[in-house]
Design a protein around this ligand. Structure first.
Ligand code: 4NP
Length: 156
């Protein structure tokens, strides 16, 4: 079993969206018994909350239901449980590298798996409008395909 953890700042916008999109892709490929997906936040402000309604609506528009997911805070022990700990942006990456300095080999930035993208961070849509959530989804869909290829080539 390969385990993937997506991490952003609040765990209510980007990482729950990535969790939903990637889980959907894994299911479509018939790999749900081999790959488990979760998400968490660096911060604890939103622990126990559902995703931001804008994120839920944007995902629903693409046929993905993230409404039942609940925010939690990342823990150092997550680095022992997950083969992939995937930061949405450089700030998350930096914070995670301090949380578990000896587990750098499990830590990635998500857009590492979208090498043709001209940006390296999934932008935080929290303080912007609805359109930010749609462009976040575009990035997440591309990087999810690249991540699955990486898992297949290394583990499956
Ligand atoms: P996320 O977005 O990291 O993509 O979940 C944010 C959500 C909440 C906050 C910041 C970013 N906040 O400051 O509460």
């Amino acid at each position: 079993m390969i385990k993937v953890l997506f991490v952003c700042l609040g765990n209510i916008c980007r990482s729950p969206t990535a969790e939903g999109v990637f889980r959907n892709l894994v299911k479509r490929e018939g790999l749900s018994e081999k790959i488990k997906v979760d998400s968490a936040g660096v911060g604890k402000w939103h622990v126990g909350e559902p995703p931001d309604r804008r994120a839920t609506a944007a995902a629903k528009a693409r046929g993905i239901d993230i409404s039942l997911q609940r925010a939690r805070q990342v823990e150092a022990s997550d680095f022992a449980r997950f083969e992939y700990v995937i930061a949405m942006d450089q700030r998350n990456y930096h914070d995670l590298s301090h949380l578990c300095p000896n587990e750098g080999s499990r830590l990635y930035k998500f857009l590492h798996f979208a090498p043709n993208s001209d940006i390296s961070d999934v932008p935080d849509p929290y303080y912007g409008g609805e359109s930010g959530f749609s462009s976040v989804l575009d990035l997440i869909e591309v990087a999810s395909v690249g991540l699955l290829e990486d898992i297949k080539s290394r583990y499956l």
